[in-house]
Design a binder for this molecule. Sequence first.
Ligand code: ADP
Ligand code: MG
Length: 142
Amino acid sequence: MLHLEFNSESENEGIARIVTSAYIMRFDPDMEEMEDVKTAVSEAVTNCIVHAYFDENGKIEMDISDKEQIVKIEITDHGIGIPDVKKAMEPMYTTKPEEERTGMGFSFMEAFMDEVHVYSKEGEGTKVIMTKKMGEKNHLNG
Ligand SMILES: Nc1ncnc2c1ncn2[C@@H]1O[C@H](COP(=O)(O)OP(=O)(O)O)[C@@H](O)[C@H]1O
Ligand SMILES: [Mg+2]
């Protein structure tokens, strides 16, 4: 289990990625698995920086744990929150089209991880919980 708290500065997104890859190394992931998990973390952390806190500085928490080869990553912010999670998770939905956001962040998380759950309350913050079973591909290929 690992708990990390960092400021919502864009430089820290890279640190979140590196910590994630260091954590999942124990599962001897192939390159694709590694990239998938790192991309999902990037998208979730970027959302905290650009949406949850926008101009201000706030705290982002990242918790990583695993059980029976299933890696669980929780990314939490205490920012503005999401009024309609279902809508926010639709492909190409973005509240910041002017900043060349593509609205695909949640779609990537869902594509690259096995499960993505989002809990949010307006004015209180957002928690994204993602899981992925590691070593599935190796297993299937024998
Ligand atoms: N942590 C967050 N806090 C507040 N709003 C968020 C958060 N994450 C996502 N959102 C909202 O959900 C929308 C969709 O997110 P996403 O799929 O990553 O697309 P994008 O970041 O390109 O807008 C965002 O435009 C934003 O309105
Ligand atoms: Mg995004």
